[in-house]
Design a binder for this molecule. Structure first.
Ligand code: PGA
Length: 247
């Protein structure tokens, strides 16, 4: 793992955007794995700026998002379809037919998971996967568990995740209880992974991802087994890493 501790959320976002932009310059038809949440927002803004200012070209890019709430239609403002459209896709020249997000409205979620994994494979696999991390060290919506779920699957969200995500809703009772998420194998098959984290409430999860024992109780810890992972954090999220390094 390569770990970059930056001075601020803005710097973290800039480093991440540089990696994504570099990937697209080197391979214009890259397949990106994308994440929602507050963490990647500024990275998306910076990529939009690079697109507008120097013409970073997304016309051949394909994207696969990590997850979606079950039961949420794409036009629901709380859905991840809506998030991606309004925070990123509407502002770049990616082709709508090259955008893939799990369908939270699918009648048969297991079949949707199989369809999604097959599509990723058909597109040649993910070249660069962007990840956030939950306070409980989840990646995508792979919550702490007694085993790693391999493929795209239905997830029951943890109470901690429901509480954390309630900030986007009127109240906690409105947060969906289930989601569909790429699995750990799907994520691990990405050629490169960039994990982002910002804020002191992520410090323990980041520490467990980088130095903790590899265990499904801290899903991000599996990334220690991936051969090309860059962890980019601000100094608050990296606080425990720095302590570890000084020991
Ligand atoms: P956040 O979510 O970026 O909104 O903190 C990250 C996650 O839960 O994976």
């Amino acid at each position: 793992m390569r770990v970059i501790v930056t001075n601020s959320y803005d710097e973290m976002s800039k480093e991440a955007a540089k990696i994504v932009a570099g990937q697209i310059y080197l391979k214009p038809d890259s397949v990106l794995g994308l994440a929602t949440g507050s963490t990647p927002l500024q990275m998306y803004k910076k990529l939009i700026a690079v697109h507008e200012m120097v013409g970073l070209d997304f016309s051949q890019v394909t994207s696969f998002n990590l997850d979606e709430y079950i039961g949420m239609s794409p036009d629901n403002p709380q859905s991840y379809h809506y998030f991606m459209k309004h925070n990123f896709f509407d502002f770049i020249n990616i082709k709508p037919e090259n955008i893939f997000i799990p369908d939270g409205m699918a009648k048969d979620i297991d079949a949707e998971g199989r369809r999604y994994d097959a599509l990723i494979e058909e597109k040649g696999g993910i070249d660069l996967q962007i990840l956030g991390i939950g306070r409980n060290a989840h990646i995508g919506f792979n919550e702490p568990d007694i085993k790693f779920e391999a493929t795209t699957h239905k997830v029951k969200l943890d109470d901690e995740t429901i509480e954390a995500n309630s900030r986007f809703f009127e109240n906690e009772s409105e947060v969906p209880r289930y989601a569909i998420s790429m699995g750990i194998k799907t994520i691990m098959l990405a050629k490169k992974v960039v994990l982002l984290a910002s804020g002191s409430n992520k410090a323990e999860a980041v520490y467990n991802a980088v130095y903790g024992s590899i265990s499904p109780s801290a899903p991000a810890s599996i990334l220690q087994l991936h051969r090309d992972v860059t962890v980019i954090v601000d100094k608050e999220a990296g606080a425990l890493l720095q302590k570890h390094a000084q020991q």
